[in-house]
Design a protein around this ligand. Structure first.
Ligand SMILES: [Zn+2]
Length: 360
């Protein structure tokens, strides 16, 4: 892999990651007349749940809209400048122009309206866009294993870089795919968020992992993985270093966890062999998911990794992939029980989901 960093016209960083060192040199200059990016973002802490909420309501104070027919993630063509100045690329990463969290945002008062129980802070963090390919009309599942391996290296590189950003407490690489998820840009891409706090889900998982470790002296994920592999009923694919299975208490109509066989806190800790094996296994999983309803499956793929400074011994890196699609054309809505109380009700059993994924 070869890494080339540059700046966009408004000062944002762009980094090209090429599959091989002999890719064309990445020297193109961003010729757009872009106003300077001035992100506004703040976070407020819910005094009843203790959870932080990010507010980026002012993020479009200065309008810059590319022409509707121009995909901003495609390479630049003559007369059609995009977010990516090069005329081709393998993987390109750049800072989001309208970020939910950013390094340079204005200070805010430490409480909301002077209410001492409602903490408030500037939304300091970082948001990046990761373009997986310059080909507009493809998907992650159709990438080559070599390219997926490059993407894994990119996620690891960015996880390390985000950890150096002042205030970032957790790094979250993810992909939203499909209109049903609310994706407006069809170009294959993902995002990376660097949060200024540990996310509620990660805090909860670390708390459970800590209690389990205190009682059993082992990692709950390691024991789950061993038990799933012994039972076999929910396994959909196995590699030398990773296993993919439908979790025994799956929430979503389609849900798969891709888990390394060894406890590693985060993506940078993976060996070359583990990264290669992931690329092959994950592509198999995505093919199964697209074959399930014989259509491109809308999904969210979410990396769970250790916070930057805490819980590194207890965290077990893994990828959770799930879909809101419960039949070929019916969506699962997050209704009263899910949205109001956080209690998921699943129409299918995890064993049925696994069987359908394996069989398709
Ligand atoms: Zn495109």
């Amino acid at each position: 892999m070869r890494r080339t960093a540059a700046k966009l016209a408004d000062g944002r960083e762009i980094i090209y990651f090429d599959d091989t060192p002999d890719a064309p040199p990445r020297t193109a200059v961003d010729t757009r007349d872009l106003p300077e990016s001035q992100p506004h973002s703040e976070v407020r802490r819910d005094p009843l749940t203790g959870e932080w909420v990010a507010m980026a309501a002012h993020r479009q104070t200065r309008t810059y809209k590319p022409p509707a027919d121009l995909c901003p993630l495609c390479p630049t063509a003559p007369g059609k400048p995009t977010e990516i100045p090069e005329s081709s690329y393998d993987v390109a990463v750049f800072e989001n122009r309208f970020p939910s969290l950013a390094e340079h945002v204005p200070d805010v008062p430490s409480t909301v309206d002077g209410m001492p129980m409602v903490h408030r802070a500037a939304g300091r963090g970082r948001c990046e866009v990761v373009c997986f390919t310059s080909d507009h009309n493809t998907s992650f599942g159709e990438l080559t294993p070599h390219r997926v391996r490059t993407v894994v290296d990119v996620w690891a590189d960015r996880t390390e870089a985000f950890a150096e950003v002042p205030g970032v407490a957790q790094v979250f690489p993810f992909e939203n795919r499909g209109e049903e998820i609310g994706v407006t840009l069809h170009h294959p891409h993902g995002q990376i968020y660097g949060y200024p706090f540990v996310t509620p889900k990660t805090e909860r998982m670390l708390s459970v992992a800590g209690e389990y470790f205190a009682e059993h002296g082992t990692h709950v994920m390691g024991d789950v993985l061993a038990a799933e592999r012994a039972a076999g009923t929910r396994i959909i694919a196995e590699g030398e270093h990773w296993t993919a299975f439908v979790p025994a208490a799956a929430r979503w109509p389609v849900e798969v966890h891709v888990v390394p066989h060894r406890q590693v806190p985060d993506l940078p800790a993976l060996t070359d062999a583990e990264r290669d094996d992931f690329a092959h296994l994950y592509l198999r999983v995505l093919h199964m998911m697209d074959a399930l309803y014989d259509r491109p499956l809308p999904y969210i793929a979410a990396w769970h990794q250790a916070p930057v400074r805490t819980g590194r011994d207890l965290s077990w890196l893994h990828l959770e992939v799930f879909s809101v699609l419960r039949t070929k054309d019916k969506l699962k809505y997050l209704a009263g029980s899910e949205s109001g109380m956080g209690v998921w009700i699943n129409d299918v059993t995890p064993e049925q989901i696994a069987e359908r994924l394996r069989g398709s």
